[in-house]
Unconditional design. Sequence first.
Length: 282
Amino acid sequence: MANPKLLPILLLSLFAIASAKVFFEERFEDGWENQWVKSDWKKDENMAGEWNYTSGKWNGDANNKDATYSILIDNVEKQTGSLYSDWDLLPPKTIKDPEAKKPEDWDDKEFIADPEDKKPEGYDDIPKEIADTEATKPDDWDDEEDGEWTAPTIANPDYKGPWEPKRIKNPDYKGKWKAPLIDNPDFKDDPDIYVFPKLKYVGVELWQVKSGTLFDNVVITDDPEYAKQLAEETWGKQKDESKDDSADTDADDEDDDAGEETDAEDKSDASEDKEEDVHDEL
């Protein structure tokens, strides 16, 4: 894959235990291939990616004991939230009362016709079209052959369409009716929603439109400080090297482009010389 970018995944799970513990760690150092099973999916279609090693952004996802989480990119917090509110992991605590009905006298019309507004006298007599007063009978018009000439019609600028009273705020408007909420009988709280006591494996499944995304340095721990330390020991030391490599690659690409332009100019000059020689012979 060209210009790969590393997206190391950091998963921090703060379990309710007394001491810090690292549950899983992978730095993809020597011998890492023996610890992973490479998927053959899409291999026959020549669409599978390749394992590479480089430096990119460091992503951290920390779950706290109150089911809140924080996401770190390059060891800087970028997003926080709650497992309860950000995902539908549990049934809602409250639901709309299925027995509730909108009261018959509930007025949910925000605007009403102004009862004081009256249609102007003669409004309905205004025609939609009128004769064009600037039109003249053609000189070659023959009444016997062409019939009686009448001026064409044009849109009447005084015609405003069907009359409707003005709209005003409804003084009895109560807002849009909503059914009251009641406790959900199917809701059952799970204070350990973030705990995975039987977690044994780590898998990386990636679907991407543009190639060049890699994962590296995976750790599952209940110690945020250790996770940050790991980030600095791995991604932190490699990020500057990756920028230098990227700059060198861009410079090489520019040189290649310049070389192609020179070759194109040489070929063009040679073609022009050949045409001139042929012209001289003729």
